[in-house]
Design a binder for this molecule. Structure first.
Ligand code: NAD
Length: 301
């Protein structure tokens, strides 16, 4: 098989992840089309990316010329037909299987027969999407980490349907955008980083719920003894307790195993709307700028 030339990138979904994936590809020199069904999401992405890149120019991480060049390469659209020339499509839409399957079926009718179709899903393995397209060998997971502009790591996951070429060319593509890819040769939901992080979260929540230590104490131990840059409770507040709740709920529905149920304290906080930094309160409290205003917040208080 002739090696694919990647000279046109498409990103679908202009939310937190898609917008950053798009600018990272544009900064690496690729022409990128960023598509979303909502014009309001595109407007938000433009403002967000402008703010992020201005900050980086001020800090000297990029020159104004580099940033301007990247924005010149980035096209925003609500029209999915504009993705027809893409050699690689990275899907970063809402984490719902049906929505992703509908999108892949639509893309199948629009893109060329050798276009790589990758999903950035955090949990959904690409074999759950591959059966809706005519070339499942082009389908794989390419999983970026948030914030994409900062995080170097990317997990590329090969499903049983994925060709060796798609896997190796996806790895090369990730290297070309100056990220570090790791290839999982066998697919598993959650991949590597989030599975390991999940175990750490479970243990931290066990210690907290059973009164062995406060959130603050557990976070300090993880930072000072294990050298983690952020403790598990500060991280839960940052990513959103609702995200942790829904991931666990989905896993519980799949397995029926009591161990997989959302943690009690997380479920209580989600019910109270204490979702972390975005609502001003989670395991800690935050001011309107998202800055922590109190060292420790015990959930019974
Ligand atoms: N947020 C994270 O920390 C993170 C990290 C890694 C991976 N992911 C994965 O990335 C994906 C996106 O997550 P996010 O946090 O950026 O979500 P988000 O809610 O910020 O953005 C999703 C965007 O997709 C758009 N969208 C929905 N359906 C669409 C469709 N059919 N076509 C085009 N656009 C559509 C929405 O309008 C929205 O702008 C999910 O699969 C998630 O699991 C998220």
């Amino acid at each position: 098989m002739v090696k694919r030339m990647i000279n046109q990138v498409a990103v679908v979904g202009s939310g937190a992840m898609g917008s950053q994936i798009a600018i990272v590809c544009a900064l690496a020199g690729y022409p990128v089309t960023l598509q979303d069904i909502e014009q309001s999401s595109i407007d938000k992405a433009k403002t967000f990316l402008k703010g992020q890149m201005d900050k980086r120019v001020d800090k000297g991480r990029y020159t104004r010329e580099e940033v301007d060049r990247a924005f010149d390469k980035l096209v925003f659209t609500t029209d999915i037909q504009q993705l027809s020339k893409a050699n690689i499509v990275i899907e970063a839409i809402v984490e719902k299987l049906d929505a992703k399957r509908d999108l892949f079926a639509q893309l199948d009718k629009i893109v060329a027969s050798n276009t790589i179709l990758a999903t950035n899903s955090s949990t959904i393995v690409s074999s759950k999407l591959a059966d809706v397209v005519s070339h499942p060998e082009n389908v794989c997971n390419i999983h970026f980490f948030n914030p994409v502009l900062v995080m170097e790591m990317v997990e590329v996951v090969k499903g049983p349907h994925t060709s060796n070429e798609t896997a190796s060319e996806s790895m090369e593509f990730i290297e070309s955008i100056k990220k570090t890819p790791v290839l999982l040769k066998k697919e598993i939901s959650g991949f590597i980083a989030n599975r390991i992080l999940g175990k750490l979260m479970d243990e931290a929540l066990f210690l907290y719920e059973n009164g062995y230590a406060s959130a603050d104490e557990i976070d300090i131990v993880c930072k000072k003894a294990l050298n983690h840059p952020i403790g598990p409770f500060a991280l839960l507040d940052l990513t959103g307790l609702d995200v942790n709740y829904f991931v666990r709920q989905q896993r519980f529905e799949e397995t029926g195993d009591e161990k997989d149920r959302p943690s009690k304290v997380v479920a209580e906080k989600v019910a109270k709307g204490e979702l972390g930094r975005k609502t001003g309160k989670g395991f800690y409290k935050y001011d309107e700028k998202g800055k922590r205003i109190e060292e420790s917040y015990i959930h019974n208080n």
